[in-house]
Design a protein around this ligand. Structure first.
Ligand SMILES: Nc1nc2c(c(=O)[nH]1)N(C=O)[C@@H](CNc1ccc(C(=O)N[C@@H](CCC(=O)O)C(=O)O)cc1)CN2
Ligand SMILES: Nc1nc2c(ncn2[C@@H]2O[C@H](COP(=O)(O)OP(=O)(O)OP(=O)(O)O)[C@@H](O)[C@H]2O)c(=O)[nH]1
Ligand SMILES: [Mg+2]
Length: 461
């Protein structure tokens, strides 16, 4: 496909020693040639692809030197976008980068939309939609594991699996057509239904496997939403601070210190946590504190994991017991804090209240027990997890919802086939499944959705 030539700043604005302005499109080299002069005065058209050149940017209107740069020349189709690509490495700093961008714009390039370079890689067939989405996930990845999931998807793992499933469905549909067109087989249904049942069962099982990875995949991507709860003054904010190894949350000996929700991302032994420090939960007359307590209850509802903090130096209270009730059935770890003080808490009672759940004792003041807690979090997450490396994870909400939809249409097809529903009815469900799976890779997706997806990218990507 032929597109106009786009340009954008591909590095963060106003940060860093060097910045990159990127151009892509059929006139990228011509535009660069107009504004770039190397000491050898050789035209860029005479240079080989994938070479880098030192020189100056010159304003062709007045011959003035605009910048000193390094320029990379990459001729299509072996480029990020499959088009001719020029990358100008200029000095960092807002003025320099903007000058270079202006020069490119004045000389025939158009300002790229967010994600438009990656969109071209998609439109020119170098990557499919799920791979393009992985590029975005990669930028946003907060941990090694999240990055590996994105890399796997970018390399086309999910795409290949989806393509295999679609191919199987297509072949089944083709075979059904053959059976219908050649009715020398006296019973089309008899020929066709077992084949359909067989293939639909396989596709359905594969979709199930993918969906099974989705909760872990989503957590790797977005972080395990982890709420720190407990009565006022037990050490919740101290816990947040020691997990993130910074003093983000205010810690005082005044009960009711934390009134708003504090959120922090941390990487605990490869598990990304979105940690939420909450206001201590108690009945309170203070209006500000009460709003905080209400929010804490809300956070509690949405959490994937609860860290319940108790005070070792006090007897269990009715509020502690209520908290145990509130988190029943959820994943939680009990932390008995302040073990440096004389023990008052009824440990056996805590064991009973928490059932089989793990209990960790800490003295956050003396920095004791944090390692054990980290271990408990990591083992909870990876417990029973299948070998993470050779799994194709699904982590993207759009993909998960499409897979769920595909699962329901293939189940419809399967049930119909098992109940001797006429073949042409089953064909509709199988075709629909094929279409839905195609939306993941972008084969059967609408243009407006494509635009919307790429618009979420950062500028210059
Ligand atoms: N300077 C710079 N660094 C960058 C990028 C970039 O665009 N520019 N990337 C941007 O995100 C990433 C690298 N990703 C890339 C992916 C594919 C191709 C590419 O040219 N693919 C060709 C194969 C080239 C070959 O075989 O030699 C192709 O698939 O046809 C280039 C970069 C990270 N670093
Ligand atoms: N002795 C002792 N004191 C601790 C320990 N951990 C925290 N503290 C102290 O307990 C007090 C309360 O700690 P915070 O972390 O603010 O408690 P919180 O649960 O966030 O309290 P609220 O925000 O008021 O609900 C502070 O004075 C801490 O220094 C510990 O292990 N031992
Ligand atoms: Mg607090």
């Amino acid at each position: 496909m032929e597109f106009d030539t786009i340009t954008a700043i591909s590095t963060p604005m106003g940060e860093g020693a060097i910045a990159i302005v990127r151009l892509s499109g059929s006139s990228a080299i011509a535009i660069a040639d107009k504004i770039f002069r190397s000491p050898s005065e050789k035209s860029l058209f005479e240079q080989n692809s994938h070479t880098i050149h030192y020189g100056h940017l010159i304003d062709p209107k007045n011959g003035e030197v605009v910048e000193e740069v390094m320029l990379s020349l990459m001729k299509g189709p072996k480029t990020f976008t499959r088009e001719d690509v020029i990358e100008i490495n200029c000095h960092g700093g807002l003025v320099s980068v903007n000058r270079v961008l202006q020069l490119a714009l004045i000389n025939g390039a158009r300002l790229a939309e967010p994600g438009e370079f990656t969109k071209r890689a998609f439109l020119n067939g170098r990557i499919d939609l799920s791979q393009a989405e992985a590029v975005m996930d990669l930028i946003r990845a907060k941990t090694d594991k999240a990055m590996n999931v994105a890399l796997g998807q970018m390399e086309g793992r999910l795409s290949r699996l989806i393509a295999t499933l679609r191919q199987a469905l297509l072949e089944t549909l083709a075979q059904v057509e053959v059976n219908i067109d050649y009715p020398e087989y006296d019973d089309v249904e008899e020929m066709t239904l077992p084949l359909m049942i067989d293939k639909c069962t396989w596709v359905s099982e594969e979709i199930d496997k993918l969906l099974l990875t989705s909760s872990q995949g989503k957590i790797l991507r977005e972080g395990l939403s982890t709420a720190i709860i407990g009565r006022p003054n037990v050490g919740k904010s101290s816990l947040l601070n020691s997990l993130i190894q910074e003093n983000k949350a205010i810690v005082t000996d005044i009960a009711g210190t934390t009134r708003d929700i504090i959120e922090e991302y941390v990487n605990v032994r490869g598990v990304p946590l979105k940690l939420v420090d909450t206001a201590g939960i108690r009945e309170t007359e203070d209006i500000v504190e009460r709003i905080g307590v209400e929010k804490s209850r809300q956070v509690l509802k949405e959490a994937d994991l609860i860290l319940l903090v108790l005070n070792s130096a006090e007897k269990l209270t009715i509020e502690d017991r209520r908290l145990f009730e509130a988190i029943e059935g959820m994943d939680y770890i009990v932390i008995i804090n302040k073990t440096d003080l004389p023990t008052e808490i009824e440990i056996d009672e805590v064991r009973k209240l928490s059932g089989h759940k793990r209990i960790v004792t800490t003295s956050l003041l003396e920095e004791q027990g944090v390692n054990e807690l980290e271990e408990a979090i990591a083992s909870l997450f990876f417990e029973g997890a299948i070998e993470a490396t050779d799994l194709t994870y699904v982590s993207n909400a759009r993909h998960i919802s499409l897979l769920t939809l595909a699962k329901s249409t293939i189940t419809d097809a399967l049930e119909a086939a098992q109940n001797d529903v006429p073949v042409d009815m089953i064909q509709i469900d199988v075709t629909r499944t094929w279409e839905i799976l195609g939306e993941i890779t972008g084969d059967t997706v609408e243009e407006s959705l494509i635009d919307q997806l790429f618009a979420q990218f950062c500028l210059g990507k």
